[in-house]
Write a protein that binds this ligand. Structure first.
Ligand code: G3I
Ligand code: 9MR
Ligand code: ZN
Length: 530
């Protein structure tokens, strides 16, 4: 039986706020003990408050005064928490594992045993891909497998890289991490070499003739739980989409400055690709946006609102190249409506940040409006944060597919407010979102595979299933009260929204992984832990 004490299973840095949660209505006495058995803090909690997300009462156990390095447990009566550490660099291993995931997702290349251990595989998905509905084939090898499946999707790729670029900008030490990849030790920092692996593939997804970008390349159907070299059905390239082309432009524009110091020709190629994509993105108008063509059933990344992608692209293009046209277009969007979002579907916050950080001239009034709107967004999140006993900015409606990404994303919105206002309350709140992911959550699990005591063991991830070993360093989707798969229906019917997670291989709606969930968390960690 798991205990009813919910705590960050990795631990806390000495000077950070430290709060665990306990299920119950009444105030409780709790003790923080060293593993050796010494009690170093004894306290009484406040009384419990009702939580609409768990449909239960919880109390908070604040032990922020414990600052000494060491390994601890918390006790409430006979109930004992999992052990956790207080220390300075306690998130380094998690961070590195989250980064290495991208390498382990590489497609179109051999992963050797020396580099990838049990997840080694020969080259996969290296046959020419058919352009849907034609007899034309195209070489689009490379990039990362998206998720638990082996598809490669431009929308997903672009937001992943955007978040990784922001992670690097907030924490330059990421450029020094030895990711133990084949390129380690060469002139490009490992993280940039890894990102380049994805960029190289993205460039192949742009049509030379028109500059438009194909939405995705996958087989027509999802394969079984096999290693990637065994998915040998024909690869199909799906039509161009506005979202893919706009996101591609934004991402390429962002990438330019990171590669300029190392590889001018590559940077120029990306600049050119970005400009071509931007110029034609609006010509790709399909009513309702991209949908799977007949016969293809893999992920759609469908998006009813395609405006925020253009908004983001305009801002990044202006930040990268300074042309008046891009500025005017972004300012026009903002004058109509300020949008937000750091996810695959809503991407506008990346645009807001780009406009606010460009070295080219901007309109102070527009910049002020953006900042005010970002603060307003964060204040709305703070309201939810204050009433959720697990201290994330969620109400009961927010536990949707990929909820852990939205947890990370909300943390980044709070961080934005901290940067704008200088008020610590936003930073503290943002950090709680990380504590939630690492174990201080009502599911009582550390949501990153390979970490914590209460581990995720059966992620919906084909290499993990094929090897029967959960690949470490993957952020799983987390509770989804929509019960979008049969295992979730079986295990979660009747549960409160925040509890709708099941650690079962077939539960893709609660227990899958993706590149853009890892990157969202890496971005938040870089922002609030560096
Ligand atoms: O936006 C609505 C929101 O307004 C509403 O309140 C809420 C209630 O359910 O639903 C929201 O939409 C959900 C959307 O995700 C939010 O991002 C949809 O119900 C939900 O079905 C949708 O799930 C997406 C899923 O694909 C199915 O399309 C996930 O976000 C997305 O991450 C996931 O991506 C898949 C790829 O297609 C294939 N590869 C694996 C990957 C991860 O599961
Ligand atoms: O493995 C697929 C996963 O990546 C997707 O997110 C999910 C929803 O599109 O679908 C998974 O594939 C399942 C398919 O939808 C239904 N048949 C079983 C497949 C494996 O669980
Ligand atoms: Zn592959």
């Amino acid at each position: 039986m798991k205990s009813k004490i919910y705590v960050n299973e990795i631990g806390y840095r000495p000077n950070d706020r430290k709060v665990a949660v306990y299920s119950g209505k009444d105030a409780v006495n709790f003790k923080v003990m060293r593993k050796s058995g010494d009690c170093i803090l004894e306290k009484t909690s406040g009384i419990g408050a009702y939580n609409t997300s768990t449909k239960d009462y919880e109390v908070k156990l604040d032990f922020s005064e414990v600052k000494e390095h060491g390994e601890y447990i918390i006790k409430v009566g006979e109930e004992t928490s999992v052990p956790f550490v207080v220390g300075e660099s306690i998130y380094d291993d998690v961070n590195k594992a989250l980064m290495r995931f991208f390498f382990l997702q590489r497609c179109g290349t051999e992963l050797t045993e020396a580099d990838a251990g049990v997840y080694a595989h020969p080259v996969c998905h290296n046959t020419p891909a058919r352009i849907y509905g034609t007899e034309t084939f195209r070489e689009v090898n490379g990039g990362w497998h998206d998720a638990g499946d082996y598809g490669r999707y431009i929308v997903a790729a672009a937001v992943t890289l955007a978040a990784l670029f922001h992670a690097i900008e907030n924490d330059e030490s990421l450029l020094k991490v030895d990711m133990q990849i084949p390129e380690s030790g060469q002139k490009l920092p490992d993280i940039l070499a890894e990102i380049k692996y994805e960029l190289d593939w993205m460039l192949k997804m742009q049509d030379e003739a028109t500059g438009k970008v194909y939405h995705k390349v996958t087989c027509a159907n999802f394969c079984g739980f096999v290693m990637p070299q065994y998915e040998t059905e024909e690869l199909v390239i799906c039509p161009f989409s506005l979202t893919a082309t706009a996101d591609f432009a934004a991402c390429m524009a962002m990438a330019v400055k990171f590669y300029e110091p190392y590889d001018k020709a590559f940077a120029e190629r990306m600049a050119e690709a970005a400009k071509r994509a931007y110029a034609v993105m609006r010509d790709i108008q399909v009513p309702g946006g991209f949908l799977n063509p007949d016969g293809v059933v893999t992920g759609t990344y469908e998006d009813k609102n395609e405006l925020d992608e253009q908004y983001w692209a305009a801002a990044e293009m202006y930040k990268a190249f300074g042309d008046e046209l891009y500025r005017t277009e972004f300012e026009n969007y903002v004058n109509q409506e300020i949008l937000h979002g750091y996810g695959w579907e809503d991407v506008a916050s990346f645009g807001n940040l780009a406009y606010l950080s460009t070295s080219y001239p901007t309109d102070e009034k527009i910049a002020d409006k953006l900042r005010a709107s970002m603060l307003e967004k964060a204040d709305a999140l703070m309201k939810k944060y204050e009433t959720n006993n697990f201290e994330i900015s969620f109400d009961e409606k927010d536990y949707i597919w990929g909820s852990n990404m939205y947890v990370a994303e909300n943390g980044s919105h709070l961080f934005d407010a901290y940067k704008i206002s200088g008020e610590d309350k936003y930073l503290t709140a943002a950090r709680e979102h990380i504590h939630y992911i690492l174990g201080k959550n009502p599911c009582n699990v550390c949501f990153i595979t390979g970490f914590g005591t209460n581990k995720v063991l059966e992620p919906h991830h084909r290499p993990s299933a094929a090897t029967k070993q959960a690949m470490p360093g993957m952020l799983i989707g987390g509770p989804d009260s929509g019960l979008h798969d049969p295992d979730a229906v079986r295990d979660c019917t009747g549960l409160a929204p925040a509890l709708c997670h099941t650690d079962k291989l077939l539960s893709y709606s609660t227990n899958e992984v993706t590149i853009y969930w890892n990157s969202a968390l890496l971005m938040l960690m870089a922002q609030v832990l560096s």
